[in-house]
Design a protein around this ligand. Structure first.
Ligand SMILES: [Zn+2]
Length: 404
């Protein structure tokens, strides 16, 4: 098959005048046009580096203006949801990811439905089954048993075959690895013994970290709103005198297969530590801005060689599933703080680099690049006159995306 778009996004750069020869789902050749091109652009599918499918039903519901109020409210609303609601929300969000051009997600799941939803929608990726041990059960062991049971259901769901004949899972979903593993939600929501145990387990990790300065306040000095909350509930959470990133590292939780989510409030030395360990970062600019978290310094992360993927987080904090809006937010935030990212870097974060953060967790997505021999899933973007990646980001929208 000859695919003759007017432009192809290769490693984030919109290259004009090229066509693709595709055989058996793999790119055989990339060559100059041999005929009149059609009015669309081809790109690797998007990768959503941080997702919470199960909060789709809370889109637009939480009105709290900042992080502490928001997190209290989502905890309260979660408890009122029925299993069937949550299952429906997972399926809806997975479908929305898929139809808007997302081929793989790094899912954080507290419940047992993400696997079947990903399978039904044809999404690849991995599932971090969230461990939260404070407040939720009599003992951490009780909670771990429940999390393991939910992880098993998600694992079975991923392998269960397509649930809906209208959205059949692609063949490669059954052959590529879609790992499901236990994972600490955050430093401050899991007791120390369980954190240490998870550090020793050796399975991949994706941890909400340094989303707000309050986490560093807690670990440095035992002060601030998070510390006050635990004190009021008689839960001892002693200060370490270090940043939250260093505190996680001391528990064996910052490694090559760790993805740190948010990293808005890094302190001196944190960047070098993350880079040395080879951990990756999921950047969620729309969620960060909605929850009034400090802007993540992504330029500095890229400059020290950290792999950064772009995450749509939950619809409850980021709004509708829309990778174009997320890319615009990444560009705007970086420009606003005077540390601009290029459009090409941001497109890379939404595709190739996102895939790398999943691969570090064992997702086996391959290089996710358009190159000879690659079987990366491809999308068409129907924008008629884009001349650069910046045009694609500024003028693109989910309704212009089609799957090849
Ligand atoms: Zn999250």
């Amino acid at each position: 098959m000859i695919l003759r778009p007017y432009g192809i996004v290769i490693d984030g750069v919109l290259e004009l005048g090229l066509e693709l020869i595709i055989e058996d789902g793999a790119i055989q050749e990339i060559r100059p046009h041999t005929g009149l091109p059609e009015l669309f652009v081809v790109s690797p599918a998007f990768v959503n580096a941080h997702s919470h499918l199960e909060y789709r039903g809370l889109q637009g519901v939480i009105q709290e203006p900042d992080y502490p109020g928001w997190i209290r409210e989502i905890t309260r609303l979660k408890q009122a949801q029925t299993a069937e609601q949550v299952r429906g929300d997972c399926h809806l969000a997975a479908k929305e990811n898929r139809v808007t051009g997302i081929g793989a997600i790094y899912e954080h799941s507290d419940r047992p439905f993400a696997g079947e939803a990903m399978n039904a929608a044809g999404l690849e990726g991995c599932i971090a089954q969230e461990v939260i041990t404070f407040f939720e059960h009599e003992t951490p062991q009780d909670k771990i048993r429940l999390v393991e049971a939910n992880a098993t259901k998600n694992r079975e769901g991923l392998r269960g075959g397509p649930k809906s004949p209208s959205t059949p899972a692609p063949d490669h979903l059954t052959t590529r690895a879609c790992p499901v593993f236990l994972n600490p939600h955050a430093y401050q929501t899991v007791d120390r013994d369980t954190l240490r145990w998870l550090g020793k387990l050796g399975t991949p990790l994706s941890i909400h970290a340094a989303e707000t300065p309050f986490e560093n306040q807690l670990t440095r000095s035992g002060r601030g709103p998070i510390a006050d909350f635990y004190k009021a509930n008689n839960i001892p959470l002693p200060a370490t005198g270090k940043s939250v990133i260093v505190s996680l590292d001391h528990l064996g939780l910052v490694r090559k297969d760790t993805q740190l989510v948010h990293c808005c409030s890094l302190e001196g030395g944190d960047l070098q530590l993350i880079s040395q360990r080879g951990a990756s970062v999921a950047h969620c600019p729309r969620s960060n801005s909605h929850l009034k978290c400090p802007p993540a310094r992504v330029r500095r992360m890229l400059d020290v060689g950290i792999t950064v993927g772009l995450g749509l987080d939950s619809a409850a904090s980021s709004g509708p599933i829309d990778m174009f809006a997320e890319m615009r937010a990444a560009l705007d935030t970086s420009a606003l703080i005077g540390e601009p990212l290029t459009s090409e870097e941001v497109w890379g974060m939404a595709t190739v680099c996102g895939a790398e953060t999943l691969n570090q967790a064992g997702a086996d997505l391959g290089s996710w690049r358009i190159k000879q021999g690659s079987s990366v899933p491809l999308i068409k973007i129907r924008l008629q006159a884009a001349l650069s990646t910046e045009d694609l980001i500024l003028e693109g929208s989910p309704d212009r995306v089609e799957w090849l």
